[in-house]
Design a protein around this ligand. Structure first.
Ligand code: NAP
Length: 284
């Protein structure tokens, strides 16, 4: 029976570290770390995420401001705000909550953020730095997954890893991070043939698809580590990951639950990125 990797508890540890670093930054510079979030429109899920980020930032001693813009905000106006935030020296991190309403272009807006303040790690400059193995701001969810692996003492070096999903947000960056740590990485996606056979070879399975229970428990190699990034709302209102948890748990050595696994790590890593950005912008 696999050990459960408790994302809530580990996120608390990360948040406590962030709080210490944020306090040291404030003592040294005379101002708090500044993290500004831009929310366009009234998508209820985005509203919940943003409120959680605001609360978590405050608890960590980070000055968080939320800019709430109406759903009909023009691209021109949004880009204007991003430029203003870029130019404000007291702001270390800028996060534009995605997805934006349909008339706005996510990528154009992300491209406008100063890469040094891109706490989501989605700017092409940061994606490029990750690809070439140089330091930069890295996407929060993949960073959270890596932290979970470190927490259970899983060293990716020489291990076979499979990442299912190739999004810019999760799949690709986590594959890059595993490669950087010397794993032999397979990236699977919707055109992958015989997914079960690919999964069965892996010492580490990272599922980032968004299909409930796509990954069957019987596919998991005995002793493998399973990180389930997927968050799926089922018809009965409950949440499920991409992995058939109960069956996978019988075979894995460690597994993340949904909810309470990768999810809580994401905001913790966002706060960590905000402090990292601040420290890099105002070096000691
Ligand atoms: P996405 O952009 O929709 O990407 C999904 C990926 O899954 C794509 O690469 C797609 O392949 C692949 N895929 C779809 N069907 C597949 C199948 N049958 N077999 C194999 N691969 C398949 O999603 P995302 O933004 O990466 O998010 C993935 C999941 O993680 C979602 O459930 C999301 O809610 C969750 N998530 C969680 C957190 C967190 O904090 N825990 C953060 C972000 C996302 P193609 O490229 O071929 O289309």
């Amino acid at each position: 029976m696999a050990g459960i990797i408790d994302g809530k508890a580990l996120a608390q540890t990360v948040r406590a570290e962030v709080k210490t670093r944020a306090a040291a930054f404030a003592a040294r510079t005379g101002r708090e770390v500044g993290l500004d979030v831009v929310l366009v429109g009234e998508d209820p899920a985005s509203e919940v995420y943003v409120r959680n980020k605001e609360r978590a930032a405050r608890k960590a001693g980070i000055a968080g401001r939320v800019h709430r813009l109406s759903a009909d905000t023009s691209q021109h106006a949004l880009l204007g705000l991003v430029r203003e935030l870029n130019a404000d020296d007291a702001i270390d991190g800028i996060l534009v909550q995605l997805p934006l309403p349909r008339h706005l272009d996510d990528q154009t807006v992300v491209d406008a953020i100063d890469p040094a303040k891109d706490v989501d790690g989605l700017h092409p400059v940061n994606a490029g730095l990750l690809a070439v193995g140089r330091p930069g701001l890295r996407p929060c969810t993949p960073s959270g997954c890596m932290r979970m692996l470190d927490h259970v003492g899983f060293d990716p070096k020489g291990k076979r890893a499979i990442v299912i999903g190739r999004s810019t947000l999760v799949g690709k960056p986590i594959a890059m991070m595993l490669l950087e740590r010397h794993a032999t990485v397979t990236i699977a996606h919707s055109r992958t043939v015989a997914l079960g056979e690919e999964v069965a070879r892996a010492d580490l399975v990272v599922a980032a698809v968004g299909r409930p229970r796509l990954i069957e428990g019987e596919w998991i190699k005995p002793g493998a580590v399973v990180i389930d990034v997927g968050i799926n709302r089922l018809d009965d209102g409950s949440l499920a990951g991409d992995v058939a948890f109960e069956a996978a748990r019988e075979r894995a050595s460690y597994i993340t639950p949904v909810p309470g696994g990768v999810g809580p790590m994401t905001i913790a890593m966002l706060l960590s990125n905000a402090v990292t950005a601040a420290e890099a912008r105002v070096p000691a």
